[in-house]
Ligand binder design. Sequence first.
Ligand SMILES: C[S@@+](CC[C@H](N)C(=O)[O-])C[C@H]1O[C@@H](n2cnc3c(N)ncnc32)[C@H](O)[C@@H]1O
Length: 176
Amino acid sequence: MIRTNFRGGEGGGFNYPDTYKMIVDLLPDNANIVEVGVWDGESTICMAELIRDSGKRVKFYAVDSFKPFMIDGVKHQADYEIYFFNTEHVRNYIHTIICDSQMCAKFFDRSLDFVFIDADHEYLSVKADIAAWLPKIKAGGILAGHDYDMEGVKKAVDEVFDNIEQFKNTVWLKRL
Ligand SMILES: C[S@@+](CC[C@H](N)C(=O)[O-])C[C@H]1O[C@@H](n2cnc3c(N)ncnc32)[C@H](O)[C@@H]1O
């Protein structure tokens, strides 16, 4: 996606628009979905645009703490102002929640059709994110996440699930 008014664009590593398209095609009308980890909004915008273009009624929650977090031992921090600027054109399709992932999961019951985890990539965090969001997904729903090629992510995912699907070696996906 090339957007002339898009700020940032280096940190998120968004490379899964095809997976998001597949998910939106699968979603029922009146679906509830969550993306955990928005960074500067690239993946969030993609999902929001797909929902808008599908004509389906989908409640899309985008969760991010905007606090420092680790990827491969390196500290990063997302900037809410950049995210807010970038998502302006699709704001009607996104319910942004500024909250820690695991804390936020507590506010949901088992009502979700899809959750995508792309937050802190350390092993213990991914493990805790999976444990927090898995019980919130309906039977027949989907839990997925990014960066399966990272050691900590892969270890956490493999300890919970057998037979995950993989896309572009970086997205892991489990149909429940
Ligand atoms: C890799 S970036 C997300 C990239 C985005 N999905 C994309 O592809 O454009 C990770 C994001 O997760 C957020 N994050 C990290 N740990 C978190 C936590 N415990 N709770 C909520 N958000 C968190 C960070 O603030 C950051 O914006």
